[in-house]
Design a protein around this ligand. Structure first.
Ligand SMILES: Nc1ncnc2c1ncn2[C@@H]1O[C@H](COP(=O)(O)OP(=O)(O)O)[C@@H](O)[C@H]1O
Ligand SMILES: [Mg+2]
Length: 379
């Protein structure tokens, strides 16, 4: 989830925290040897911790981002409840997926699963999946298929969990009505004097606004159920082995009650796409139908077992919806004067919005083909 760009991290790392001291607060096996920054996440500060002697395990230490996550004890409870359920069900429900690992949190010395330091930072420790590699984009169809399988498995294994036992980590995260309200208010105020130059983009948003509340409405009408959802289903939150098989899902901070369609749609938006989120030439951002087919095939190999017909009917729409929602958020922030997302240059948020809108247009053009692909997979 790119909520904020990470230029701020460079400032943090001038004051490299004492990792050895922090890890001493956890029930870690072995003795601390070294630590280094790790991975390409944009939200938390992530370190790989090596321990000795010999083959004692390595760990992932994270400082949790408190600008975004304000209730870390509840967030941690969500992770514990969900990973416990996943672990219990994996072997019985999907024995063919024995290579799949459920990441687990290491308890701290006082029995909590995080350490709250004197400066107010929250830290947590996970066991390290050492044969896992992560990628920012699907490099081929196998990876897309495997990621689809992994998130399908996640939904399948949690489909009998009561989502209401989970804390709502980010209230209103997918509430497009609320986001449209904020957008319209910002356009009316025009605080940065940018409205005149983005009339086309505003029109693009408004002409689609009415249709985009569809998933919310289906939920309110009880036609699609709330489920346990991951809410950050992008490529680099899946770990792959050397044979490109998915072996774990990471980044569990945003687990909360939601609609399966949000997870499916965001995976397509971020993965079955031909350009990065802030590609300078927005025309390059179009849907890749081969990756879409591969991800959908993997996802439905598990999700076909429990999704209801209304969820299946809206899979293709969900990719458009998530692309619209993120584009709307980038455009709102641009008009507002760039307060939410970190920007590296003037117009950065507008560039990001245009990438999403171009991708959305390409999904509109290819909608019939995408529907045919889903129909072919669901028979
Ligand atoms: N338990 C783990 N084992 C191996 N690698 C991990 C583990 N947890 C996280 N990672 C790696 O660290 C990266 C950042 O972690 P993540 O939890 O996704 O943080 P962020 O919220 O900042 O994206 C991941 O993309 C993955 O490559
Ligand atoms: Mg991540």
């Amino acid at each position: 989830m790119i909520l904020r760009e990470s230029t701020e991290k460079n400032i943090y790392f001038c004051h490299m925290p004492n990792i050895e001291e922090i890890t001493a607060h956890f029930r870690m096996e072995g003795v601390f040897i070294s630590a280094r920054l790790f991975g390409a996440g944009h939200i938390n500060d992530t370190y790989l911790v090596n321990t000795g002697p010999g083959n004692s395990p390595d760990y992932i230490l994270q400082r949790i981002n408190q600008d975004i996550f304000t209730n870390i004890p509840e967030l941690t409870n969500n992770i514990l409840k969900t990973t416990h359920h996943l672990r219990q069900k994996l072997m019985a429900a999907a024995p063919e997926f024995e290579r799949f690992q459920i990441i687990h949190l290491i308890p701290s010395n006082n029995g909590a699963f995080y350490f709250h330091d004197r400066e107010g930072n929250f830290w947590r420790l996970y066991h390290f999946i050492d044969d896992g590699r992560s990628y920012n984009l699907f490099e081929n169809r196998t990876m897309a298929y495997e990621a689809g399988r992994a998130f399908g498995l996640f939904h399948f294994l949690t489909s009998d969990m009561d989502p209401s036992i989970l804390f709502v980590v980010l209230p209103g995260f997918h509430d497009v009505s609320l986001r449209l309200q904020k957008f319209r208010k910002t356009v009316a105020l025009d605080p940065a004097g940018r409205v005149a130059a983005v009339k086309n983009e505003i029109r693009f948003v408004e002409t689609r606004a009415e249709k985009m509340v569809a998933i919310q409405r289906l939920g309110e009408q009880g036609k699609i159920p709330l489920r346990v959802t991951h809410n950050d289903t992008k490529c680099n939150n899946v770990l792959f082995n050397a044979a490109n098989e998915a072996i774990a899902i990471v980044d569990l901070d945003t687990i909360m009650p939601g609609y399966s369609l949000y997870d499916f749609g965001d995976a397509i938006r971020t993965g079955a796409n031909t350009a990065v989120e802030d590609e300078a030439d927005f025309r390059k951002a179009v849907i890749d139908l081969e990756l879409f087919e591969a991800y959908s095939r993997g996802y439905l190999s598990f999700a076909g077992k429990f999704l209801n017909p209304v969820e299946i009917q809206h899979l293709v729409f969900s990719a458009r919806f998530m692309t619209y929602l993120i584009g709307l958020r980038f455009l709102t922030d641009h008009i507002d004067g760039d307060h939410y997302y970190k920007t590296a240059f003037p117009g950065h948020n507008l560039q990001r919005a245009r990438v999403q809108f171009n991708l959305l247009e390409s999904m509109e053009e290819k909608a019939v083909e995408m529907e045919k692909i889903i129909a072919g997979l669901t028979g």
